[in-house]
Ligand binder design. Structure first.
Ligand code: AGP
Length: 615
């Protein structure tokens, strides 16, 4: 979704802002623009489509100056057009604003401002903000006061950055609610601002985070922070452990493939330093806010998430119920937040799973639970993200930045983190004895090398992609712990190849989807050797009996499955609770190669955004 970058310092702002916007392309956008202060004037450059169009425009019409802001827009209000592209200006062209989020009351504000004589040039909700700032500047003669007063008029979540010729020596930023983060980056005689770390990582790893209802005034020497009432605030400066190299493609054609191939390492990174093998225990430093009594008193966990992370939440139910014997209810964040869930603050815990830690529905679900006194545990990738900051306990994935919009390595790390959480709760509650723990830890330790073996097969996916890329529908079937994997396989295919795909619990096939089966719809069946393997075999036979095509994911050496399927991809034998980490990888690779064969924009699929910061 929309991206924000800002710079103030001694270097040319437009190239730093443009490069920052390029690094935010993965968030998803449809147009891009920037504004630079040059010789006391604001120069605006905006274009529809890819950042390269903006770069071409800048090459023809350079904008030179040392202060600038830029934005990638993902349209919400008003079509995709140059006029609707950010930055937006006030009536006189003295103030510019970029925004992430939605102004829910923009219609009423726009009418008031129109009645007061303001001139609007776009159909966006954002434009009301810049006119409000203009109005309050002329009443108070001070930009930070104007921004504060403007922000207090807005309903909905917004992250805003403003720049003005009236006060050219600083940038102003404001955050209202959860419209994605705002990080302020510290350099040497230069400062940065961005919605996401990757935009500024090559310049600095030292950042402060803007919280809800806070304002930052940023000069080239530093930043001052204020509450919405104008009270000064102290902020910590954090050092982010990600290095700039991890956000580069490193020779891969796509980030998605790089991230798929990184999975042996990313799984090692989530378990690293969390296992005490001698003692046969799991250490989760991030959960120390939960006392032994509190962990014992948990009677129910509510797992909430969206998209791929929701599939991880579905899987966490299997893992936590098995390992810690605590019932887990799974909800979409967007449903949980609006259904007035029954929560008991003494016995319930909310488990939030999110790669970005900025997904607006997930943050709202956290607020719903916290409002009812329920404590939260977050499994999150992005360090310092809002979910991590709101949670009482955090398990970081340590997967490094995930740039491909289609989540891959974050998903498998989420599964490993949920397994760790299940082990930890099982150990702390006395469910798992030392001997069981040792075996379960050993299983986990073996996982990265098994992942490496799955990744070592390459050719099969290209062959399958070549054969089936023209199909318009796919069905994915799995049972038990592999049902969420069937859902995930289908989601991966549809989001990057635009092929319709459905995931189904295999036992449900005969209650409807079987009517779809014919020689044009491949059925991907996850049929590894476990307690439901024979049931999967029967389902595969039912598909074949109707002329359907079966692509099976089976355990190495299972010839019977291979004989029943048209194609088989083998995965090594692993502990049943960890096998989903292995079975999902072939589905990621299948989706990837089909999308490449179709010539799709794999890393930035149409209409999608990496962090979904609007409802
Ligand atoms: C994953 O491939 C998707 N692009 C999407 O479903 C994603 O998982 C979802 O938006 C949740 O994001 P989060 O993990 O950052 O909360």
């Amino acid at each position: 979704m929309c991206g924000i970058v800002g710079y103030i310092g001694t270097r040319e702002a437009s190239s730093i802002v443009l490069e920052g916007l390029r690094r935010l392309e993965y968030r998803g956008y449809d147009s891009a623009g920037l504004a630079v202060l040059q010789d006391g004037q604001l120069l605006l450059r905006r274009s529809v489509g890819k950042i390269e169009n903006l770069a071409a425009l800048l090459a023809q019409q350079p904008a030179r100056g040392y202060v600038g802001i830029g934005h990638t827009r993902w349209a919400t209000h008003g079509g995709i057009s140059e006029a609707n592209t950010h930055p937006h200006t006030d009536c006189k062209g003295e103030i510019v604003v970029i925004q992430n989020g939605i102004v829910e009351n923009y219609r009423e504000l726009r009418e008031q401002l129109l009645a007061e004589g303001h001139i609007f040039r776009s159909q966006t909700d954002t434009e009301v903000i810049v006119h409000l700032i203009e109005k309050y500047y002329h009443e108070h003669g001070d930009l930070s006061t104007a921004v504060r007063l403007a922000v207090t008029r807005l309903k909905g979540a917004s992250a805003i950055v403003a720049l003005s010729t009236l006060e050219p020596h600083h940038l102003l930023a404001a955050r209202l609610g959860n419209a994605g983060g705002i990080v302020v980056g510290y350099g040497q005689a230069e400062m940065f601002i961005a919605s996401d770390m990757p935009a500024i990582l090559e310049h600095t790893q030292r950042v402060s985070f803007l919280e809800n209802q806070e304002i930052a005034v940023i000069t080239s020497d530093g930043a001052r922070f204020f509450s919405l009432s104008g009270a000064p605030l102290e902020k910590d400066i954090h050092t982010i452990p990600w290095d700039p190299v991890s956000v580069a493609k490193e020779g891969y054609q796509h980030f998605m493939l790089k991230e798929i191939e990184e999975q042996a390492r990313s799984i090692t990174d989530v378990i690293r330093s969390r296992l005490d093998l001698e003692a046969g225990r799991v250490r989760l430093e991030g959960l120390h806010a939960f006392s032994a009594e509190q962990l014992l008193s948990i009677r129910r966990i509510h797992a909430v998430a969206c998209g791929t992370a929701w599939h991880a939440a579905l899987l966490s139910k299997f893992l936590i119920e098995k390992l810690a014997r605590i019932p887990v209810e799974v909800d979409y964040s967007s449903e949980f937040r609006y259904r007035d869930p029954l929560l008991n603050p003494k016995e319930d815990v909310l488990l939030v799973i999110s790669q970005s830690g900025e997904t607006v529905d997930t943050l709202a679900a956290m607020e719903e639970a916290r409002g009812k006194g329920v404590r939260c545990i977050a499994i999150v990738n992005v360090v310092g993200s809002q979910a991590a900051r709101l949670a009482d306990g955090v398990i970081y994935l340590n997967a490094g930045p995930e740039i491909g919009v289609a989540s891959t390595k974050a998903f498998t790390s989420m599964l490993a983190a949920a397994y760790l959480l299940g082990l930890y709760l099982g150990q702390q509650r006395g469910i798992l004895d030392k001997c069981q723990m040792e075996k379960l830890l050993q299983d986990l330790l073996e996982l990265p090398s098994l992942v490496g073996k799955v990744l070592a097969q390459h050719d099969v996916y290209k062959t399958l992609a070549q054969r089936y890329f023209k199909c318009r529908d796919f069905l994915y079937l799995g049972r038990g712990i592999h049902y969420p994997i069937a859902l995930e396989g289908a989601l991966k295919l549809k989001e990057i190849s635009y092929i319709h795909a459905e995931g189904y619990p295999a036992g449900e096939m005969k209650h409807g989807p079987i009517a779809l089966i014919d020689e044009n719809m491949p059925v991907v069946a996850i049929a590894v050797r476990d307690h439901v393997r024979d049931k999967m075999l029967s389902n595969m036979e039912q598909v074949r009996a109707r002329g359907g095509i079966v692509i099976a994911i089976a355990t190495e050496g299972d010839q019977e499955i291979s004989e029943k399927a048209n194609h088989t991809i083998f995965v090594p034998e692993a502990s049943p609770l960890l096998t989903p980490v292995l079975t999902v990888i072939p589905l990621q690779l299948l989706a990837y190669h089909i999308a490449v064969r179709l010539g799709c924009d794999v890393d930035q699929p149409r209409n999608l955004a990496k962090s979904v910061t609007v409802e």
